[in-house]
Design a protein. Structure first.
Length: 395
């Protein structure tokens, strides 16, 4: 792809065909202190090289690199999208409105992590004293790129606080939603957590865990470095089965699982339920130094209570045991509240080029924000904790 016109006499934005075309040290050097795996070169390049990002599924990698002279000062994980699959910030109604008016919504620019509804850095500028200035320069460069490529829009999803704060000015539109996260308050063990719950919620959770135990399967954790090829075969088969059952397309290839085990084994984990040597059900996790991320689930049979056991309770126990601070079990699902997960804000920013649509979408987002605040107030009344706890963003 061609380079954009110069942003000023010192800066130049270039577009590559994939993160794999960029040196890992150069890319990772811009991420800063956040050590979550999803924006790392190892993760993004594995998506590309394993065949998990296909044009047929709407994905074309186009990472953005901002140079000052010969120095790489900023970057963003960019994708040219032909649809809105795998993003988890839903703009299907916007695309439909464009279609009804005879205007093309796709292709659009996405800055984010494919198939991963996880907050983190998107404007990669490092942690140095020039980070804020570089972030602003990169935001302006993205605006220029959208105009030059004649795209309808740009969408930066699941933004860090710093990135979100840099994208509140015109012409950017701010959007938010809620996920459900567990925050470790220094609990000694799972029973200590349950002691903070109301008696009804404690009883329900113990009943669910008994149901899972009555399935008669051995539950254990597998760490990335110890996962065998047979383990990865089982995990990928369960991942495929879940998508097939729901009528969705499973994007991640078997090779992706191998690449992640090889490139970042310390970040890959699975809670599995076995019958002998065969894995019958599993929840696949990633981790950083502070946070556990629940990503995929699958089961060969209908196992009462096992989804909650592997996807929630095992994850909570892991976080407590390892001294992590947070557990993000995945997008959506207000049923998670009763199991100790509190509403936490997620943020996105959107650049809509067409002025009439930008005005209309701004109004729609204002209404959506009012509804989401009311929804949050209702969710807070269902907290399982005896004493009201505030999430990381109680907004």
């Amino acid at each position: 792809m061609p380079s954009s016109p110069e942003i000023d006499h010192r800066l130049q934005l270039t577009i590559r065909h994939g993160v794999a075309d960029i040196a890992a040290a150069d890319w990772d050097g811009l991420i800063g202190a956040d050590d979550q795996p999803f924006v790392r070169h190892a993760f993004l390049s594995a998506l590309e090289q394993s065949g998990s990002l296909q044009r047929e599924l709407g994905w074309s990698a186009m990472p953005l690199l901002l140079f000052e002279g010969d120095a790489l000062i900023a970057a963003a994980p960019g994708y040219l999208k032909a649809n809105s699959h795998g993003e988890f910030v839903f703009d299907w109604s916007w695309a439909d409105a464009y279609r009804r008016h005879g205007i093309a919504y796709y292709p659009k620019l996405l800055i984010g992590v494919p198939y991963s509804p996880i907050t983190g850095p998107r404007l990669l500028v490092g942690d140095g004293p020039e980070a804020a200035t570089r972030r602003d320069k990169l935001a302006r460069a993205i605006e220029g790129t959208v105009a030059q490529l004649r795209l309808s829009s740009a969408h930066l999803n699941f933004l860090s606080d710093s990135d979100a704060a840099a994208l509140t000015h015109d012409p950017w539109l701010s959007r938010f939603d809620w996920q459900f996260h567990f925050h470790n308050r220094g609990y000694a063990d799972f029973e200590a957590l349950l002691s903070a719950f109301t008696s009804k919620k404690r009883k329900n959770i113990r009943q669910e865990r008994r149901q899972a135990a009555q399935c008669g399967l051995a539950v254990e954790w597998l760490e990335g470095a110890e996962m065998s090829e047979a383990n990865l075969d089982d995990l990928h088969a369960l991942y495929i089965e879940t998508f097939d059952r729901k009528g969705n397309t499973p994007a991640l290839t078997r090779e992706f699982f191998s690449m992640i085990r090889e490139r970042m084994p310390q970040c890959l984990h699975a809670a599995v339920a076995r019958s002998g040597e065969q894995i019958i059900a599993a929840a696949i996790y990633f981790s950083s130094s502070t946070t556990l991320y629940g990503r995929y689930w699958g089961a060969r049979d209908d196992l009462p209570g096992m989804h909650f056991e592997l996807c929630y309770y095992q994850g909570i126990e892991y976080v407590i045991r390892r001294g992590l601070t947070r557990f993000e079990p995945g997008a959506q699902g207000e049923h998670k509240i009763a199991r100790g997960f509190l509403p936490t804000r997620t943020r996105s920013a959107h650049l809509i080029i067409h002025p009439d649509f930008r005005r209309a979408i701004r109004g729609a987002l204002d209404q959506e924000a009012q509804a989401l605040r009311a929804y949050k107030a209702e969710l807070d009344t269902h907290s399982p904790y005896r004493e009201q706890q505030q999430s990381a963003d109680s907004g």
